[in-house]
Design a protein around this ligand. Structure first.
Ligand code: HAM
Length: 543
């Protein structure tokens, strides 16, 4: 127990330490570089949004929305008006009878609003930060009320909440003669529920609308990177806080070349990182017109009903909620059944069929290898036509390293102009895992130069040398206190240094510095300019 830290990172979250962040940075820098060459600009988005945005975009019945979101109720400004309206409705007579309605002190205390109505002092709580001081505050209002309107009898004190306050608040209020009323505001949850983002496509579309990006030259090509949050069961490659690198193309065109170029960009990025064994699966899930996907889904549903008894509980439920998702099942005993189901490619409308064929041609033109996978339906509702997924090696069951697809109409669904869209998101954690597993993870570690200084005079020179070497881009370790020579070399070795620069009073006096190559123990003497020259030549050899 003595050594055990009391706090630990929450299950499903983790710290990324310097031994790993070198690789994370390399991956992210490569993304900036490669996406830049395809004309994409970076967008940085908030980590949380209205729950409704995600629910509308991703679909209320999806796993992400129905069970994986980190959501909370925000008691914000809307509560003030909602509470006020609800209270006024409930106590219509009382409020109308009272001519004096005013907001009390609300600038200093924006979390509470005091109103006066029919011998009642109503205190509305927008937040639940209530304590002894708050109660005293309220009693003070009662005194002020009494002074202002001396002919009134002492008013009732009523606290109005938008949701059930804690036991503590109830007790505190009760023992101070304050009544509590909880008002049920039907729209409250919808307005004020916020969620950590489980993905970023919805946010990109929200931003596209909010900033009028439809006015910009089309298409608008954006990419993002950052943490996403899903309450999933943690396992290898699956976290509750994970990181995505994603890109979206929004605009007026759904030309198949756009789909192909977006996919080409991901594959180029993986290639640049040296990721081996990445496999691209593609599919088309048609569009939402009577002669296309809905007709297929009906047919699929009818077939699924026939084999319902042989399916697991999840698939049985999905026959009702989202039959397409049954195709996604990984359950061993369902595989043979699924293989016999009708395939969407045979039921696409003519337009979707032509679009899919053109996407495949465009991919071939770009030399992008792919495999068609009719069961690739994706777990978010906004997709139509092209869907794709990329798997990587060394990841076990969570081997999808990238997922994406076309989502024409999503911007419109969220209140924007009719807009076509396509994009993808890479699971950065999984990408990194795969790179590490294949031995591509080694990021430069350690130091280039460890300065072993001895003596006060040498120290001043060492400080200057450290500055010059760092300016020249070398990773330098300058020990803060003097160490015995042997000890200094031991430290240099432990830090993974390539060279030790030995600076004693003699070296400084002679202007001739000793550089020891730690791998083989050889030593050479240099003047200061020679040293820089030598290190530069070595750096270019090693990188
Ligand atoms: P998604 O398939 O839900 O799509 O996620 C994309 C990738 O994020 C997955 O392939 C996986 O690598 C990674 N990922 C998802 N959940 C986790 C997790 N719990 N732990 C670790 N990695 C995870 C989307 O998010 C869409 N927004 C992609 C998109 C963009 N479609 C169009 N534009």
């Amino acid at each position: 127990m003595a050594n055990k830290s009391k706090f630990q990172a929450i299950r499903g979250t983790r710290d990324l330490l310097p031994s790993e962040t070198g690789l994370w940075n390399r991956v992210e820098q490569t993304a900036h570089a490669v996406f830049g060459t395809f004309g994409f600009g970076e967008i940085r988005l908030p980590a949380f949004e209205e729950t409704e945005l995600f629910a509308k975009a991703i679909g209320a019945e999806t796993d992400i929305i129905s069970k994986e979101m980190f959501s909370w109720q925000e008691s914000g400004t809307i509560i003030e008006t909602d509470l006020q309206q609800a209270w006024m409705l409930k106590h219509k007579q009382g409020f109308e009878a009272a001519s004096r309605e005013y907001v009390f002190n609300s600038r200093q205390r924006p979390d509470l609003v005091v109103r006066e109505g029919d011998h009642t002092l109503v205190v509305e709580f927008k937040r639940r930060t209530i304590n002894q001081a708050t109660i005293e505050n309220i009693q003070q209002y009662r005194r002020v009320f009494g002074e202002r309107f001396p002919d009134e009898k002492s008013p009732r004190l009523l606290l109005v909440f938008a949701e059930e306050p804690s036991e503590f608040v109830r007790k505190l209020a009760g023992s101070n003669g304050v009544e509590i009323e909880v008002l049920d505001i039907p729209e409250y949850e919808q307005h004020e529920s916020l969620s950590l983002r489980p993905e970023a496509t919805a946010s990109v579309c929200r931003a596209y609308i909010e900033h009028g990006m439809a006015q910009l030259p089309q298409p608008v090509k954006l990419y993002y990177m950052g943490p996403m949050f899903r309450r999933e069961r943690p396992q290898k490659g699956r976290y509750r806080q994970f990181y995505q690198i994603g890109a979206e193309v929004l605009g007026g065109s759904d030309a198949p070349a756009i789909d192909a170029e977006v996919i080409e960009m991901v594959m180029t990025f993986f290639d640049r990182l040296g990721l081996t064994g990445a496999e691209l699966d593609i599919n088309s899930i048609g569009h939402n017109a009577p002669d296309c996907r809905p007709a297929y889904v009906q047919k699929l549903k009818a077939e699924l009903e026939k084999v319902k008894d042989k399916l697991g509980a999840d698939s049985q439920r999905r026959i009702e909620t989202n039959p397409l998702r049954v195709l996604d099942s990984k359950l061993e005993h369902e595989q043979a059944i699924i293989a016999t189901l009708p395939r969407i490619a045979d039921h696409l409308c003519d337009e979707c069929k032509a679009h899919y064929a053109a996407v495949k041609r465009q991919l071939e033109l770009r030399g992008v290898f792919f495999k068609e996978n009719w069961r690739l339906v994706r777990g978010l509702d906004y997709y139509m036509r092209t869907t794709f997924e990329i798997t990587a090696k060394g990841l076990g069951s969570q081997n999808a390293v990238c997922g994406g697809g076309r989502y024409d109409g999503l911007v419109e669904l969220l209140g924007g102009p009719p807009t076509k869209g396509i994009g993808f998101a890479i699971g950065e954690d999984r990408l990194i895992l795969s790179l590490q597993e294949s031995g591509k993870g080694a990021a430069p570690q350690g130091r280039d130069v460890y300065i072993a200084w001895m003596g006060e005079r040498a120290y001043a020179t060492a400080v200057r040398a450290a500055k010059d070497l760092r300016t020249a881009g070398f990773r330098v370790e300058l020990p803060p206190t003097e160490l015995k020579f042997g000890k200094a070399l031991e430290r240099a070795d432990k830090l993974g240094s390539r060279f030790a620069l030995i600076l004693g009073d003699n070296e400084v006096a002679e202007g001739s510095w000793t550089l020891k190559t730690l791998a083989d123990g050889t030593q050479q003497k240099f003047t200061e300019p020679e040293l820089l020259e030598f290190l530069r030549s070595r750096k270019s050899l090693s990188s």
